[in-house]
Design a protein around this ligand. Structure first.
Ligand code: C2O
Ligand code: CU
Ligand code: CU
Length: 489
């Protein structure tokens, strides 16, 4: 077990650290010199790559190296030397071919989060491992009717997912609308969090962080700290926002401006709805329209209470956000001035989303996401993160589903902290949340299961067979075993 940080020691308070620190070395690690970001640069888009003639073929190299983060020189991981990696723009029916080159000293692989593509062979197969110095050619075939929206890619090598994403390996994928939405400009905003030490090196997560889910001290948009965006009043922008944070929830606000939500994940509303606040659990994405109003506004993340382990660790148990307080975080600043723009045309209406609430259900299941096994005085390594009582085992199939059927899953969380549940390949429709059924259909690929709560979803297992996974998208929990294997056949 690694050294305990001063922050953790403070958070553990009266619990007593004796049971937690196995060795004695490095108990009082001081924070020493800290990384100080330089906020306020001009907003920069990640590089964009677009498919042509139905195909996008790229080489994606994962490597350690110097990158610009928070306006400073840092050393992190990146795809093609960028944090984030390039934005991949596709259309329904396209083939995305990626040669993943592993130039790191540790194994990795690639996952296209949210894309409805085959999990088999060299498709979206997270059981593949790409060893150091090796490469692998992935090929993803999008169905012609693939839902438009915001998706992303990241490593998925079990045990190393949180570390590799936290260090900079992520990028956005956009599936374009068949009928474009008229906007003045589109911006991709990949939000990440990270902790860097005084020398600009990614900090190791403490054992406690790995249990609660680490939250980085820096919250960045496209690797920048509080970048500045400008627009003219009346202009309509489209913001594609991705929450790549390992464990941090983003309760986004843009006070003083007009935000409308086109959709979340692969789910798209028939018409955009006004939104004062958009909650993105780790892994979620939002497709947002902003109609600029004169003045300055901040895109901020308000505090979200995702529970704590207090109930399991005693009254002084730590808060999962690492004790970083409950204030708002500023992600970006929008400055609106100049001559007013003509008002934009109406957004083309989309057909109503599919609704499985009237579908015949072939099977009903319960999946329980639990945290347990820790006794006071035992090490935190004893804490188990399980689904239906079992830790992940790649060789075991936990859930076997008949292809071409609709299932209903009740996702149960008896633990005192939220778990964002994610299923690969097949999107989920929320049919009951907090005892209520939503109005229009709500589709997500990450569904938050609140502490001591449950959510019911329905899934249509049409058109792809094969083995894949579901897991908690607090990626420290996933790495600790809160993941199961599904096989559709
Ligand atoms: Cu975004 Cu299985 O992950
Ligand atoms: Cu995924
Ligand atoms: Cu979790």
């Amino acid at each position: 077990m690694g050294p305990i940080s001063r922050r953790d020691a403070l958070l553990l308070g009266g619990l007593g650290t004796a049971g937690i620190v196995a060795g004695g070395a490095g108990l009082w690690w001081t924070l020493g010199s800290r990384f100080t970001p330089v906020p306020g640069g001009e907003f920069i888009e990640p590089d964009g790559l677009r498919s042509s003639n139905g195909r996008l073929q790229i080489r994606l190299e994962a490597s350690p190296g110097p990158v610009r983060l928070g306006g400073q020189q840092a050393s992190a991981l990146g795809y093609n030397e960028g944090v984030p990696g390039p934005t991949l723009r596709l259309r329904g029916g396209d083939v995305l071919a990626i040669e993943l080159v592993n130039s790191m000293g540790v194994p990795t692989n690639l996952h296209v989060h949210g894309l409805h593509v085959s999990p088999q062979g060299n498709g979206d197969n997270v059981f593949n491992v790409v060893e150091p110095g090796r490469s692998f050619s992935y090929e993803y075939r999008l169905p012609a009717d693939h839902p438009p929206g915001v998706y992303w890619y990241h490593p998925h090598h079990h045990g190393a997912v949180a570390d590799q994403i936290f260090a900079g390996l992520f990028g956005a994928i956009i599936v374009e609308d068949a009928q474009p939405v008229d906007v003045s400009r589109e911006r991709v905003m990949v939000v990440s969090d990270m902790t860097l030490d005084g020398s600009g090196t990614v900090a190791d997560a403490s054992p406690l962080d790995r249990m609660l889910g680490r939250e980085g001290e820096l919250v960045l948009v496209n690797g920048q700290s509080n970048p500045k965006l400008s627009a003219r009043p009346g202009e309509r922008e489209r913001w594609r926002i991705v929450n790549t944070c390992v464990a941090r929830y983003l309760r986004l606000r843009l006070d003083g401006q007009q935000m409308q939500l086109l959709g979340m994940d692969s789910g798209r509303f028939p018409t955009p709805g006004n939104a004062d606040e958009v909650l993105l659990a780790p892994g979620n994405r939002a497709d947002v329209l902003v109609t600029a109003v004169v003045g300055d506004a901040t895109l901020s993340a308000a505090y979200y209470n995702r529970g704590s382990m207090a109930a399991m660790m005693g009254p002084t148990g730590p808060a999962p956000n690492g004790g970083q307080g409950t204030g708002d975080l500023v992600l970006a600043t929008l400055m609106v001035s100049g001559a007013p723009a003509a008002s934009p045309p109406a957004v083309p209406a989309r057909p109503a989303a599919a609704d499985l609430r009237t579908a015949a259900v072939a099977a009903r299941r319960q999946l329980t996401l639990a945290v347990g096994g820790m006794g006071m005085g035992m090490g935190m390594g004893m804490m188990n993160f399980t689904i239906n009582g079992r830790k992940f085992n790649a060789n075991r199939t936990d859930t076997t589903v008949a292809a071409q059927t609709v299932e209903e899953w009740t996702l149960i969380n008896p633990s005192p902290m939220d778990h964002p549940f994610h299923l690969h390949v097949w999107p989920m429709q929320i049919v009951e949340e907090r005892g209520q059924t939503p109005g229009p259909p709500v589709w997500r690929d990450v569904v938050n299961i609140p502490a001591n709560g449950q959510v019911r979803v329905r899934i249509n297992f049409k058109d792809f067979t094969g083995r894949s996974v579901y897991h908690c998208h607090i990626l420290d929990h996933e790495d600790r075993g809160m993941m199961g294997v599904i096989e559709v056949r």
